[in-house]
Design a protein. Sequence first.
Length: 298
Amino acid sequence: MSEATLSTDATARIIDGRETAALVKEEVRLRIAQLREETGASPCLAMVLVGEDPASQSYVRMKARDCEQVGIIARDHHLSADVSQEHLDALIDELNADAQVNGILVQMPLPVGLDEEEVVERIDPAKDVDGFHPVSLGRLLRGLPGMRPCTPAGVMALLDQYGIELEGKHAVVVGRSNIVGKPQAILLLERNATVTICHSRTCDLPAVCRTADVLVAAVGHAQMIDASYIKPGATVIDVGINRTEDGTMVGDVDFESARAVAGAITPVPGGVGVMTRALLMRNTVEAFETQQSVGKGA
Ligand code: NDP
């Protein structure tokens, strides 16, 4: 990373998600241009949005913009909040069967009354670009190639980009959700970190976190992880996205206090969130490539 990305007025080096996401997206864009030359086709991502939740609408809009930037065809399917489970299931079946569609993303959370687990399991694992399907998570656990969940994969890409050493290091992940905490822990373990997973019943969380060389916060509580949780010089990755009362976006880490102790830290916004979207683009092109080679009988 260039000197320009180092912070000048505080201890911690800033891990710049925007810069890294731009690199990932550029690599995806070039790959797609090459694939288009070879196959005459472009990857296609179908995005299913149910209801009118403003945050979900905004996420889908940003993902559509990313698609446009890298050359992925984005297909929007907007369903009303009162859609039945049968109707939603039928749409997923249709997208699964559509050879033009390489990736399927159903924006979560779904309105109350719809079964998220049913939806996740219904998506063809070959098109599971979110990496949430039990087959994708099972392959991750077994160390087999497959779709990795975008947020933890984005965290790994950031750690790699900034040359953060993992082998033999103690990585502490705060949070054990299926979409962030658990897959994050497995990805860190895969890289030979010694991993501790913390959650709401962990005793003396600050003390456990203070043993971390790499601390990943995925808690969902605004600015909960402050300097008292951080070992001097540790790398702090803030997955959190929270809104304060005045609408400001903040992470799960108290950035100002943490940056005085940490060795490197991600900001919010401009850290993990943009990486999640970049990795969605990468997963979509990988799904396309796999489906093309299967189609050719490779
Ligand atoms: P979940 O609510 O599913 O999981 C939160 C986890 O944090 C749970 O495992 C919970 O423990 C644990 N936890 C809650 N409170 C505490 C506490 N006081 N002490 C220790 N552990 C606690 O959230 P997600 O994993 O979906 O998301 C986590 C954060 O990441 C959120 O801020 C979310 O907005 C953000 N996010 C950001 C993304 C991005 O692209 N940057 C993508 C996805 C999420 P327990 O299991 O015991 O309840």
